[in-house]
Design a protein around this ligand. Structure first.
Ligand SMILES: Cc1cc2nc3c(=O)[nH]c(=O)nc-3n(C[C@H](O)[C@H](O)[C@H](O)COP(=O)(O)OP(=O)(O)OC[C@H]3O[C@@H](n4cnc5c(N)ncnc54)[C@H](O)[C@@H]3O)c2cc1C
Length: 434
């Protein structure tokens, strides 16, 4: 059965995914002659770079998520359906979703990536990833609930497992989480939990590579490590976490760390949709595309953002999976799709690297611009400004700004609520039966 979407007689572009890539494309096509169908399993866009602040009680989830419908309220050619896409049939030019079939003239896959546990089931079941607002919220609840339990746990080792945290992965996410936790330990714990000894709290950052922030300059990576160590974070380089049984995190050097919480920020792999030719899925679970973002071997099917694997001279192993690549590819594709209808020539994608940055804590950030690199207070203010500017919606910008100013002056994030979703009794019973 076909999904109920009006047939307007316009050429139909179906975009799967309302992340940085899909949303930018939908916005660029929202004043075009195309009918634009935006499909996402969530009814909101998530601003992933600030997930860690939700997890650390610094921001509310609503401040970093934006409802898709609000974005297109006045756009008559954009239709949104909240559903997951399970399969694509490229011969019939249609998608299969739990809501029904969606046909397309042009298909754009902007489905992003998911956490990669490298096939380890124990890690997948027990570690806490940070790839969605709900996972960030889960982490916040878990941290706070464990601190509460620790207050009534006299046994030293049992208490350590509740308050110590292991973070796996020394990329920007791992570094930012470690920094935020260290600041929480320094500024918040003594006020909220004076009965706990902050010196007992250990924050471990485990990095498989030989330095932190592998994609950034030597200067930034060394400085980030120093900033974190000054904040008391215990860093292990060239070390991998191989297992976690809920009590101990095990490492490849034979050591184990007692903890109930392992945050997994050690890699991503592409989200999947069935029906694509086998050869089109390449390294990192990404979909291979040509320089115009078209999936190799498929007419009128495109992939953009984290899911797309495109080689160009400067990036022989594909582009970094960052928001800038996603948005720049979306802009180029919008231009190319409009060009098709006017029989104009197609442009090739070339990534314009605007730089990268990571924050460690108050007045501590590292910034690599193409022409120069800097670290410390100025870098931190630049980080704040760039992230505030990139957030969608005036209300979100304002709320985040107010939160940051409040935190800056009070040294105190004010959102430390343990909110557990309540499942209606009957549904709870049904879930147990299933
Ligand atoms: C914690 C964290 C911090 C980050 N920090 C930074 C940073 O500081 N700077 C930076 O540049 N980048 C950062 N990134 C990376 C950046 O967020 C990604 O590069 C960017 O989100 C990619 O955009 P995208 O549109 O390709 O995918 P996404 O933003 O992941 O969007 C994919 C969308 O597709 C939807 N979807 C997936 N599968 C389906 C399906 N089958 N059916 C329907 N819908 C589906 C999802 O719900 C989602 O809305 C960070 C990422 C994380 C996880």
């Amino acid at each position: 059965m076909k999904i109920n979407i009006p047939e307007t007689g316009q050429q139909r572009v179906v975009i799967v995914g309302g992340g940085f890539a899909g949303l930018t494309l939908a916005r660029k096509l929202s004043n075009s002659d195309f009918q634009v169908i935006l499909l996402d399993k969530n009814n909101y866009h998530q601003f992933q770079p600030l997930f860690y602040q939700v997890a650390m009680s610094g921001l509310e989830p609503s401040s970093i998520a934006f409802p898709l419908r609000k974005m297109f309220q006045k756009k008559k050619n954009v239709f949104i359906r909240v559903t997951s896409v399970d399969r694509v049939d490229t011969d019939a030019k249609q998608l299969e979703t739990p809501l029904g079939i969606v046909n397309y003239d042009y298909l754009v896959l902007a489905i992003g990536a998911k956490t990669n546990f490298f096939g380890n089931q124990d890690l997948a079941e027990r570690c806490i990833p940070m790839k969605s607002v709900s996972e960030a919220l889960y982490l916040r609840n878990k941290i706070l609930a464990d601190y509460e339990t620790a207050l009534s746990t006299p046994d030293y080792e049992a208490r350590q497992k509740l308050i110590d945290i292991v973070i796996v992965g020394g990329g920007p996410t791992g570094v930012e989480v470690a920094g935020a936790l260290a600041e929480m330990k320094k500024y918040v714990m003594p006020k909220d939990y004076p009965e706990l000894n902050p010196d007992e709290i250990d924050i471990h950052l485990i990095q498989g590579g030989s330095k932190l922030l592998l994609g950034m300059s030597e200067q930034s990576s060394t400085k980030a490590q120093k900033f974190l160590e000054d904040l008391g974070v215990k860093i292990r380089l060239d070390t991998r976490v191989t297992d976690f049984d809920g009590e101990y995190a095990y490492m490849n050097d034979g050591e184990k760390i007692p903890t109930h919480k392992v945050i997994w920020a050690a890699g991503i792999t592409g989200n999947t949709v069935e029906g694509l030719p086998e050869g089109s899925i390449v390294r990192g679970g990404r979909i291979k595309v040509d320089r115009s973002c078209q999936v190799e071997g498929l007419e009128n099917v495109y992939a953009i953002g984290d899911i797309a694997y495109m080689e160009e001279e400067a990036y022989p192993h594909g582009h970094p999976q960052v928001a800038q690549v996603a948005m720049q590819q979306a802009k180029l594709l919008a231009q190319n799709l409009k060009a098709i209808t006017k029989s104009k020539s197609q442009q090739s994608f070339s990534y314009n690297d605007l730089g990268s940055m990571a924050t460690i804590g108050r007045h501590l950030a590292v910034v690599d611009l193409p022409s120069f690199k800097f670290q410390g207070s100025f870098a931190w203010f630049i980080w704040l400004f760039v992230h505030l500017f990139q957030l969608l919606g005036v209300k979100n910008k304002l709320f985040v700004f107010i939160n940051w100013v409040w935190n800056y002056f009070t040294y105190d994030q004010s959102l430390r609520l343990i909110i557990k979703p309540k499942v209606p009794k009957r549904q709870e019973l049904r879930m147990k039966e299933e």
